[in-house]
Structure formats: structure tokens, C-alpha cells
Design a protein around this ligand. Sequence first.
Ligand code: GAR
Length: 215
Amino acid sequence: MKSYVVLISGRGSNMRSLLEADLPGRCAAVISNRPDAAGLDYARERGVPAAVVDHKAFAGREAFDVALAAAIDAYRPDLVLLAGFMRVLGDPFVERFAGRMLNIHPSLLPAFPGLNTHASALQLGVRIHGCTVHFVTPSLDAGPIVIQAAVAVLPGDDPARLAGRVLEQEHLIYPQAARWFLEGRLRLAGGRVELDDDPARPAALRVPDTPWPSP
Ligand code: GAR
């Protein structure tokens, strides 16, 4: 059976959705760069090994990356899942896990890479927002896209309310992407995403009806 490691930095709700999804693979460990990440407790409660590689204990990013890679390698996972992992990873780290590391990002990439995606979406006035699962490549939030889900931006939304609706979709699409990978249907080939036929895959993701007037 394949195995995966989840990297978190805080709350860990995406990690939780992965662990609860009954994926066709074993969660070998949850690793956090913050000792106080709330998600660690949940992993331990489920009997999943929980480890900390505290970025503050290292002089620089490279040393942290080396220690984190060693911690992951100790579990020999087939797949690494960044789930609210809030450190930028250097090129050698990313290349070591090329083709077997996914990330979830709270926007419809390539729109709104980086931080504060929900506030940026509201400020720009987009009517459709959402989330993206992508393979991790050296350029930040720019790797090949596996799956996206869209939500309508509603009148009266603030960043927290919008984030909550996007998060509900994150909890659906990340387990889906992880399942495809662990089933051997999803791969990166020549820098492009290959996904074998999946009868359960929706033909198109539905955007909930928007109350905004048409132009
Ligand atoms: C999620 O919304 C995730 O998409 C985002 O952080 C949140 C973590 O929540 N990730 C990023 O912004 C990565 N750049 P969680 O800890 O409850 O999963």
C-alpha cells in the first residue's frame, strides 16, 4: 500500500479532511514546522505519528529544508501533501520531491498566488473565487494544476466568510487529488499533469448560482 506524509503549519483542517477521507494509502506521518500547530493533536489522537521540525531552530532556510527533507525521507512516503504549510521551500527541496508533492492553495491559480488571497479577491472585485491543488515546482504557487473548485463571491462577503466557503471546497478537492495519486491515476509527465479516466470525476465543476446581476 502506498503511503503519504502531510506537512502542516497550524489548524490542520485540510490534513483532517485527508485523514478522514479513507484514502487508499497510509498516512505515515504529519509533520509541522510549528510545535504549537493545533493539527498535531488531531494526528496524535488518530494514532498517526506527529513530528515537528521547528524552522526557528535553524540558522537559515537551507538548513531547515535539509532537516525537513530528512524527516520526510525517514518515512519513505510515495506522496508529500502540503496542507496549510506556510514556509517557502527552496529549489533543492522541491526537486527532491518532484512529481510526488502536492499543495492546496486558496485561490483559482494563476490568480492570487501568495498570501491574503481572499482579501485580494474581494479588493479586485472578482465574482468567482476558489481553490487549487497543484504539483509543487520551484516557482511559488505556479506548478501544474490538478483540480480546482470555484465558489461565487457573494454581496457582503468579507475575507473570513469567503475563506470559509472556499475551505469547504478545499476539503473536497484535496482528498480527491490525493486519491487519484495514490490510485496511480495521476502523475506529472514532461511537466504536464496526466490523469487517467475516472468515472467519478465531474464533467465540470459547478459554480453555485450567483446573485450578482448580469452585465
Ligand atoms: C488553507 O486555506 C490552505 O489552502 C492555505 O492555508 C489554509 C490552511 O488551513 N494554504 C496556503 O495559503 C498555502 N500558501 P488548514 O490548516 O486548516 O488546512
